[in-house]
Design a protein around this ligand. Structure first.
Ligand code: F6P
Ligand code: MN
Length: 320
């Protein structure tokens, strides 16, 4: 299948898309179930009325913080689904078994990424990785990834290794195909910079100065999902959360945030590196391992590698 939207024109819903794409039946049911769970998380965000921390509902009952309740919604939807053996989430300290033990898939989640933006009404999101083995090891185990954005619209981008595709939730509650086989240009026009400038390394600063001299426009919301989504939908650009002087591994988490996004970005023709190595080639040693990241279209990521390798060649200024 190359381009089903040409054949079927206006309306292709998520289930139909995955079926025509020939995605394995359990995997497509799982992706569907997670996409539907996005609707419940979105309902929870609405119910919270922009309060991130615990609050009282209309019955005067204490409510969980939004990120915790999003985690519980995901967990309860996936538990005994028949597809998921284990579940790992940014909200939990360890991997938990949620199936009977004979299921095929292992799911990782950042249930509510960017949750501190809730009160500002900026977009936030959910990031999911689907692995085929218990050892969560990037390229060796990831079979699918997806993210959902909760913004003016709810959108969802998924890949099961056959391109990255965007869907928009319509008023009838259906995920309708809006962008099939997202394909980044070789080079984009936007840059998104995490980390305080006075904590950047010299190599990183020089790279940013290069981007600025080239006229890149700054786009940074403080939410990883919408910032990555912007690069996907505008078909190019770069997001960085680099190695900092006070935190050599940057901020973002490999298993929950970076590897799923790297999977989606590669499937869209982009790249993701930690400055030197592909994000998907890193085998995480712990669940909450962090990594610096440079993710986006090929030109900017290759350029980042050049700048970050510069001081390595000169004898090394900092250690990733
Ligand atoms: O999950 C961590 C996160 O909130 C990301 O969504 C976002 O990209 C990043 O942190 C923002 O970090 P900072 O507040 O340092 O810019
Ligand atoms: Mn996050």
């Amino acid at each position: 299948m190359d381009n089903i939207s040409d054949a079927t024109k206006h309306f292709v819903d998520l289930r139909r898309h995955m079926w025509i794409a020939g995605i394995e039946v359990d995997l497509r049911r799982l992706i569907w179930q997670i996409a539907v769970t996005g609707k419940y998380i979105s309902a929870k965000i609405h119910e919270s009325n922009r309060k991130l921390a615990g609050f009282k509902n209309i019955y005067d009952e204490d409510q969980l913080a939004l990120d915790k309740s999003s985690d519980q919604i995901l967990q309860s939807q996936l538990r005994f689904s028949g597809f998921v053996r284990e579940y790992a989430s940014e909200e939990l300290d360890s991997v938990i078994q949620i199936g009977k033990g004979d299921e095929k898939y292992y799911v990782t989640a950042d249930p509510l990424d960017g949750s501190s933006l809730v009160d500002t009404n900026l977009s936030i999101g959910t990031i999911i990785g689907i692995h085929k083995g218990p050892v969560l090891s990037g390229r060796n185990s990831l079979v699918a990834a997806m993210y959902i954005t909760y913004g003016p619209l709810i959108t969802m981008v998924y890949s099961a290794g056959k391109g990255s595709h965007e869907f928009v939730l319509n008023r009838e509650g259906e995920y309708v195909l809006s962008s099939e086989n997202i394909t980044l240009h070789e080079r984009g026009t936007i840059y998104s910079l995490g980390g305080l400038r006075n904590e950047w390394t010299d190599d990183h600063r020089r790279y940013v100065e290069y981007l600025e001299a080239e006229g890149y426009k700054l786009r940074y919301s403080g939410g990883f999902v919408p910032d990555i989504n912007q690069i996907m939908i505008k078909k190019g650009g770069v997001f960085t959360y680099p190695s900092l002087k006070t935190s050599g591994k940057g901020k973002l988490r490999l298993i929950f945030e970076l590897q799923p996004m790297a999977f989606l970005m590669e499937q869209a023709g982009g790249m993701a590196i930690d400055g030197h190595t592909d994000i998907l080639s890193i085998v995480p040693e712990s669940l909450d391992q962090r990594s610096p990241v440079y993710i986006g279209s090929k030109f900017e990521i290759e350029k980042a590698r050049e700048y970050l390798n510069a001081s390595k060649r000169k004898g090394g200024l900092h250690d990733l």
